[in-house]
Design a protein around this ligand. Structure first.
Ligand code: ADP
Ligand code: 5GP
Length: 204
C-alpha cells in the first residue's frame, strides 16, 4: 500500500521568486506535481489557460465556491484565487506530493484543514531586492506594484507561522530549489508519514 501524497504549500511575497523556483524544483524533482489554481485576474502575456491558471469569471468562481469545488480561496489585490479540490485529491490520492503556490491566507486555511501539510515561506534577501525583482519582471502596472509591495511586509511578518522559511538569494535559484527538495525529502521520512510501512511490518 502507498501512502497519500503530501500538500507542499509555498508562499512568499509577489516577486520573491516562487514561480521561478518552483519551475526549477520540478526539473530536479519531477515526481512532484504542481496545482493549477483558478483565478479571476487577467492572463499576463504568455500565460496559457489551464497551464499557469484556469482564468475564469467572478460568477464562475463564486459558483465553484458555492458547489464546494474549491479547497481554499482568497481575494488578493482585487481578484479571487483558489485551489480546485478535485485535482488536488486525485493527485495526492495517487501518492504524489502536490505543490500549492498560494498566498498567506490560503496557506493558513490549508494548515487548519490539513495540519500535516508542509508549509514553506520563500522570502527575498531584502525588501529593496523584492522591489527590483518585481519591477524587473515588468508584468505589472505601477499601481499594482505599489499594492503588492505594501502587502509584502504583512506577508513576511507571518513567516514564523510556517514550518520552514527559505531565502531566495540573488542568483541562487538552483540552491533555493535544492533546499526545498531537501525539505520535501526529509518530510517524506517523518515517522508519522511512515506508519503504513511500520504497520504492515508488524502485521506480518
Ligand atoms: P513570484 O512568482 O514570487 O511572483 P517570480 O518567479 O515571477 O516571482 O520572480 C520575480 C522576478 O524575479 C522574475 O523576473 C525572476 O526572473 C526574478 N528572480 C527570481 N528569483 C531570482 C533570484 N534568485 N535572483 C535574481 N532574480 C530572481
Ligand atoms: P499572481 O497574480 O502573481 O499570479 O499571484 C498573486 C498571489 O496569489 C501569489 O501570492 C500567489 O501565490 C497567490 N495564489 C495563486 N493561486 C492561489 C490560490 O489558489 N489560492 C491562494 N490563496 N493564493 C493563490
Amino acid at each position: 500500500m502507498k501512502s497519500k501524497g503530501s500538500l507542499v504549500v509555498i508562499s512568499g511575497p509577489s516577486g520573491s521568486g516562487k514561480g521561478t523556483v518552483v519551475k526549477k524544483l520540478r526539473e530536479i524533482m519531477p515526481d512532484v506535481a504542481l496545482s493549477v489554481s483558478a483565478t479571476t485576474r487577467a492572463p499576463r502575456e504568455g500565460e496559457i489557460d489551464g497551464r499557469e491558471y484556469y482564468f475564469i469569471t467572478r460568477d464562475d468562481f463564486e459558483d465553484m465556491v458555492a458547489q464546494g469545488e474549491i479547497l481554499e480561496f482568497t481575494s488578493y489585490c482585487g481578484n479571487y484565487y483558489g485551489t480546485p479540490k478535485k485535482e488536488a485529491e486525485r493527485i495526492t490520492g495517487e501518492g504524489r506530493d502536490l505543490i500549492l503556490e498560494i498566498e498567506v491566507d490560503g496557506a493558513s486555511q490549508i494548515k487548519r484543514l490539513m495540519p500535516d501539510a508542509i508549509t514553506i515561506m520563500l522570502i527575498p534577501p531584502s525588501l529593496s531586492e523584492l522591489e527590483s525583482r518585481l519591477r524587473g519582471r515588468g508584468t505589472e502596472t505601477e499601481q499594482v506594484i505599489t499594492n503588492r509591495l505594501a502587502r509584502a511586509r504583512d506577508e513576511i511578518k507571518l513567516a514564523e507561522s510556517y514550518d520552514y522559511v527559505v531565502v531566495n538569494e540573488n542568483d541562487g535559484i538552483e540552491k533555493c530549489a535544492e533546499n526545498i527538495r531537501d525539505i520535501i525529502r526529509a518530510e517524506r521520512n517523518k515517522s508519522a508519514r511512515m506508519t503504513y510501512i511500520t504497520d504492515t511490518f508488524l502485521d506480518n
